[in-house]
Design a protein around this ligand. Sequence first.
Ligand code: ADP
Length: 471
Amino acid sequence: MDEERKHMNVSLKFKLTLSYVLLALILVSSFLFVSNYVLEKKFQTYIVHTQEKKNQDIVHLVTEEFGENGEFPDMEILKSIGNTAVTQGLILMVSDVKDNQLFCMSTLDSRVCDNMLESMRSNMAGRYPHFDGKYVEKDYDVVKKNKKVATVTLGYYGPYFYNNEDIQFIEILNKIFIGIGLIFLIIAIFLGMYMADRMSLPIKKVIKKTRQIEGGNYTERLDFDSGTIEINQLIQSVNRLASSLEGQQLSQKRMAKDYAHELRTPLAALQSTLEAMIDGVLENTPERLEGCRTEILRLTRMLADIDKIVQIENDSLQVHKSRFDVLSVIRPVVSNFQQELESRNIRVEVGPAPCEVYADKDKMIQVVVNLLSNAIKYTDNGGKIEISAGKYGDWVRLTVSDTGLGIAAEDIPNIFDHLYRTDKSRDRNTGGSGIGLSVVKAIVDAHGGTIEVKSELGKGSVFTVQLPLLK
Ligand code: ADP
């Protein structure tokens, strides 16, 4: 089965060329068939028509030779007319009104007449193997002064026949047709190869690109117009694939860097403390040991967090979109925080009108939870939080603003990184781990959206998420 399949796998070029050639063959042969048929029919009518004319000419010649009162012409003259007739495939016979045969070419020169008839027969048999032809005779009256004076009988191979020139004419015509057919065939082959090249060239480029992607090179993009809708779509898909792989590669690199950074400093501190205690430089007190244990526990928690991030970021790449109103998602989230909000006397206002989005509902809930919990965490008692959603052009914009601590300008570029926490937040001992915003960013990215933050220390922060509307 596999073997069979292998043999059936042929290149696009071969297939396309073959189909062009087949098409040309069908067209050319049907053209040949129809034209040959039509032409042959026309030619036959023409032959039958000229046959009658030739007969009339001979009869006319004979009539001319008769006297005014029906006197019979000279035998020699009749013989010379008979010879002319033979060259035209006709056997001349003349009889008087009483049906007595006075002149007969075949009795006069039977060899020439037989040869002539045989040649006509073989011409026709050569051309039409099933031609139903035989020797036929046709009578014509010789009329002088409105009186029939004799009968001219013409014998020939009927119902019609081709002489050598006719046969030659038909053969030349056929050769021309076959020549035209061959030219069409050659054009079809070249056209097929050309079209196949035009089609397969962009596909080959795409294949080359996907091989590069396979090899881990995600940076380059295909940027040519193939002129074919489907191939252009393929190019776009490959570019999107490369982009998303590039994004994943970057985020993995970033993650690895973040984690290494986060782990290196505390591990180095632990190491030097323990070494100092082993060397006796530091006294081995229960408090110091307890300090080391706490640090190790913290690192263990951090590793668990890292595990969680990897899990969540992988999940966030799989979005199951549906249409829903964002406010219907925001309200229940807010009410879950109600107790804390009341105890800390923080007011929350949820934006005015309903606003439809096309997104993954669970992941949007996660985004709102993370942004709102941050806003609550970093806002002093008595503060105010506003959440709103609205359409702006082709985007849906979700805004969470607070009157909290704010974020220092130098921290803003980093707050979406894994495990990044500002010093202020560490001071606050919020119990945050620096995961929340990186998860929000991963989700927003997976939706093809953007997230921005505007903030001023001491005044508050505004987080803006934009998602494509997708009609
Ligand atoms: P965390 O668990 O520390 O809150 P996040 O990833 O959610 O981690 O946030 C990263 C950092 O960004 C926080 O440590 C905090 O310093 C800062 N941050 C986030 N949201 C706000 C906010 N609404 N106001 C002030 N700072 C914020």
